[in-house]
Design a protein around this ligand. Structure first.
Ligand code: 13P
Ligand code: SF4
Length: 299
């Protein structure tokens, strides 16, 4: 199957982008593996004719918006991020009417329609930097309340209004699980993704995006880590650090949507080129504005 995928990739000038949460065998064959920010930049810069995006729908959609001339295929277009939809209709407008000087900061884990109503997009790797750089005092941070409250703690000079969205995968991690893991592995450092709840972050030694956590583990002199994020990151952590030990909260966090990406589905979309991601032209035009602003402010 890998040989057939490789052959089709070459003959059709296709590239495979994969998030760190996808299954190991996909990360293994991908041309580019990364966190949401890295993959958005890779999609924008790609010169391939076809981008096969292994992730969830907001990622494929963002790739299409950032590089509309390309054919963007997803192994399973039904793979979706529940958090991407967690903003009540009308709430953004209500906030804009309440605060004259409001910036709507939109985590990239959101639908294209939500991006259209936002001033700037962010990912977990640049949310603090970008929020701090905005001239506005009042910020409505959508959809993730956990990333929003983490940003609020780092940028106390802003008034950050939180929205009631969350990642159902990171929210399965509890402080009690982290404490139990620490008791079993007392010398381990706790690395957490900011989508985790505040009481989990409070027990963490380092907080960052998936790429930040992987970088930290590699650069650290410490050999044991408790990893509070989706278990797909283990593939890269192990590959880069064969001499180190990685533990997860019990049960291990696993995103069922990310795991809908399979080699069989990659082969099938490359063969048939069916189900290409389409984004309405006007939505594309409007959603590109906050995405471009993110790329600019993150520099
Ligand atoms: P990052 O890729 O920014 O680490 O975010 C993780 C995530 O949940 C993607 O869906
Ligand atoms: Fe969405 Fe959470 Fe899955 Fe990321 S891990 S895609 S935020 S449900």
């Amino acid at each position: 199957m890998k040989n057939r995928i490789e052959h089709l990739k070459k003959s059709k000038n296709a590239v495979i982008l994969a998030h760190y949460y996808t299954p190991n065998e996909i990360q293994d064959i991908a041309d580019c593996t990364g966190d949401s920010f890295y993959l958005a930049k890779a999609a924008r810069q790609s010169t391939a004719d076809i981008i096969v995006f292994c992730g969830v729908s907001f990622m494929g959609e963002s790739a299409k918006i950032l590089n509309p001339g390309k054919k963007v295929l997803m192994p399973d277009p039904s793979a979706d991020c529940p958090m991407a939809h967690m903003v009540k209709p009308g709430l953004i407008q209500e906030m804009r009417e309440t605060y004259e000087d409001l910036a709507v900061v939109c985590y990239i884990n959101s639908t294209a329609e939500l991006k259209c109503q936002s001033d700037v997009c962010v990912t977990s790797s640049n949310a603090v930097k970008i929020t701090r750089a905005l001239p506005n005092k009042h910020i409505f941070f959508i959809p993730d309340r956990n990333l929003g409250s983490y940003v609020a703690a780092q940028v106390p000079e802003k008034h950050i209004i939180l929205n009631d969205g969350y990642c159902p995968v990171h929210m399965t991690i509890t402080a009690a699980q982290v404490l139990a893991a620490k008791e079993k592995h007392p010398t381990a450092l706790v690395l957490s993704h900011p989508e985790c709840a505040a009481d989990v972050l409070a027990h963490s030694d380092y907080i960052g995006s998936t790429a930040d956590l992987i970088r930290y583990a590699k650069e650290s002199a410490v050999r044991r880590f408790i990893v509070c994020t989706e278990d797909g990151v283990l593939f890269r952590l192990r590959a880069e650090n064969p001499e180190k030990y990685f533990y997860f909260p019990d049960p291990r966090p696993c995103c069922p949507d990310m795991k809908q990406n399979t080699l069989e589905r990659i082969l099938s979309v490359l063969e048939n080129e069916e189900g290409a991601i389409e984004v309405n032209e006007e939505v594309c035009r409007q959603a590109l504005i906050p995405l471009n602003r993110m790329l600019e402010l993150a520099k």
